[in-house]
Ligand binder design. Structure first.
Ligand SMILES: Cc1cc2nc3c(=O)[nH]c(=O)nc-3n(C[C@H](O)[C@H](O)[C@H](O)COP(=O)(O)OP(=O)(O)OC[C@H]3O[C@@H](n4cnc5c(N)ncnc54)[C@H](O)[C@@H]3O)c2cc1C
Length: 388
């Protein structure tokens, strides 16, 4: 039998996040743009920690929700319905946590997961992969970290990091950083590694919060590593495993952009549908005009298809050892669909769609970057054969 429904626990989680989004995120979502210091988003993270949302994927033995792909993406889709910048900040934090779950030492897990699951304080992580010279090549396993310029030198019981990262989510507010680096870019995969760095480590500093087209609740900018020393225990796995670990984290975490893009686009659709029901043109509500009706039908179909694709990908990743091909189909389809749906929503609402007050143009700006980040759709499409 094939059942298209969540378990009772998953339904409770979904209801809880929907309520949170309605009460805490939607009322302030148009204000993130003017909140350059991120105070509003900070409040949301604290409230999300309090009810266990931030700890969704932290293991149960540390007080977390023990959630896996389906639960993580139920949360991300429904947070992103309110604001995808919030979804992105939390999803990116879980991307970094996946690496720690996979290959973090016992000491690192024991120290960090209780904090990441805490309901008293909000702790976010940062996955520091992209560099000023490019993000696509860093995420391309065929490049084997050959373009990575963040250098790790093993010095006795310590690792010394030097280099720069650009754009990572939570770049200046994270408590813990997972850094993509290499002992020597010429070595390719052999020199690749991931290292965890706590925010208070001397030598770690940050550039400015970059002004962007959307995703204002997410903070992105430069991270500078200037002789940052961490214990060797902070290495995730071993030298030479960085490429493989990053690739494995992407199997699970490329589903996130699909559910997030869908959540944002669903809201654009709902707003447009409501609008077209009350907008009377030519004597009848707009949605009853044939072309508008056809547009709305196609938009809704794309949303349903995107949801099925992320659910399918998350299910495959939970029931097998993971298959990035499904994650890729979900990521590319859902993010392209979100761009189309949000643009159509603006179109249907005319100048009201283009006006800031109605929030639909914001969604159109927000979803653009999801086609690009955590594996650009071009990279994924053009290299799809490598993953089969
Ligand atoms: C809101 C936001 C959140 C982000 N979060 C994170 C994060 O948490 N961690 C992190 O490390 N980074 C993060 N990033 C960075 C993001 O992942 C990168 O911007 C992305 O990987 C693309 O890298 P780039 O901008 O350097 O573009 P480039 O790599 O220079 O690519 C430029 C363009 O060329 C295209 N291109 C590249 N290679 C090919 C190819 N082979 N064929 C065809 N076209 C190609 C790309 O699709 C892209 O459109 C974030 C960025 C933003 C804006």
């Amino acid at each position: 039998m094939l059942e298209f429904s969540y378990t009772e626990e998953q339904k409770i989680l979904e209801d809880m996040v929907k309520k949170f989004t309605k009460n805490e995120i939607i009322p302030v979502c148009l204000e993130f743009e003017n909140d350059l210091e991120g105070k509003l988003a900070d409040e949301i993270f604290k409230k999300a920690a309090k009810i266990g949302i931030l700890g969704t994927v932290a293991p149960k033995e540390y007080g977390g929700g023990g959630g896996r792909g389906i639960e993580a993406n139920i949360v991300l889709e429904n947070l992103s319905y309110g604001d995808v910048g919030i979804g992105c900040a939390i999803g990116a934090s879980w991307w970094a946590q996946t690496a720690i779950l996979m290959r973090g030492s016992q000491g690192l897990r024991d120290e960090w997961f209780p904090k990441l699951a805490s309901t008293e304080e909000a702790h976010l992580c940062c996955m520091a992969a992209t560099e000023p010279s490019g993000g696509t090549d860093v995420e391309d396993p065929a490049m084997g970290f050959k373009t990575v310029q963040t250098i790790a030198k093993i010095d006795g019981d310590e690792i010394v990091l030097n280099g720069r990262k650009m754009w990572p989510s939570n770049f200046d507010i994270a408590s813990l950083y997972v850094v993509v680096c290499t002992t020597d870019p010429k070595l390719g995969e052999e020199g690749s590694l991931l290292v965890a760095v706590t925010a208070s480590t001397p030598g770690l500093s940050f550039g400015k919060n970059e002004l962007k087209m959307g995703h204002h609740a997410d903070r992105n900018g430069e991270i500078i590593f200037d002789n940052v020393r961490v214990p060797k225990d902070n290495m995730l796995g071993k030298v030479g495993e960085g490429v493989k670990i990053l690739e494995r984290t992407l199997i699970y975490n490329r589903v996130g952009p699909a559910s997030m893009a869908l959540g944002a686009a669903q809201r654009a659709f709902d707003l447009a549908l409501d609008f077209t029901k009350t907008r009377i043109l030519g004597g009848i509500p707009l949605y009853q005009h044939e072309l508008a009706s056809a547009m709305l039908f196609d938009m809704e179909t794309k949303l349903h298809a995107a949801r099925l694709l992320w659910q399918r990908a998350a299910w495959v990743n939970m029931t097998t050892k993971g298959n990035i091909h499904y994650s890729h189909m979900a990521k590319v389809f859902a993010t392209d669909a979100a761009m189309e749906v949000s643009s159509d929503a603006v179109e249907l609402m005319g100048s009201y769609g283009y006006a800031k007050e109605y929030g639909v143009e914001k969604i159109m700006r927000d979803v653009k970057i999801i086609q690009i980040y955590i594996g650009s759709n071009e990279l994924i499409r053009s290299h799809a054969w490598r993953y089969l």
